[in-house]
Design a protein around this ligand. Sequence first.
Ligand code: C5P
Length: 222
Amino acid sequence: MTESVPVITIDGPSGSGKGTIAQRVATRLGWRVLDSGALYRLLGLATANAGIGFEDEFKIIEIANKIKVDFDGDSIRMDGQDVTDLIRTESAGNNASKVAAMPGVRAALLDWQRRYAEAPGLVADGRDMGTTVFPHAKVKIFLTASAEERARRRHKQLKEKGLPANLAALTAEIEERDARDRGRAASPLVPAPDAIEIDSTGVDIEDVVEEVLRRAHTAYAV
Ligand code: C5P
């Protein structure tokens, strides 16, 4: 990674819309996307598959250094197995947030994430993209939405996929995960001092995309 590669960071809690916005902004600019949450989800799944306790930081770091991941369009393979849907469940999100709370695990994923920054540019989505992974980025967005709205969006997504979904349980899970992500000592979910905060509750996603593109245009002349 070189610091001359333009980077847009989009951080925020789960369900704030950052994944969709990151994809749309990247498509419009012809840039790459880093879905950093997917890396933590993959590691959570690999940890569960290996039958390792979620408190065993040393062994989880070993796994992080060993797993082989291929991103191919929308599908993701880990050690040869298609895990695209497996990593998107609520329990995979919860496992991700457990491994993500460990400083050694986060450090093990740092270089991997930074290697995504290649010309012509990168849109990086996560929790600490603007604070820790790409602090030099000139466009930093911190996207929020109320917990109820985020649970409703997730509920709709699951229903559309024909998966079981319970709104009250989803709200509780989202709140539990947020509390862990905000409260941890290592790279907690907080806006970078130079991030723009956008509340997407009741806002059209396309309006947020346009706002991010305007800022990218000013910062990077794209
Ligand atoms: O964004 P997503 O819901 O896929 O992330 C899953 C979990 O991974 C989050 O709840 C968070 O604990 C962790 N994560 C993180 N840092 C990132 C991205 C995700 O700690 N940059």
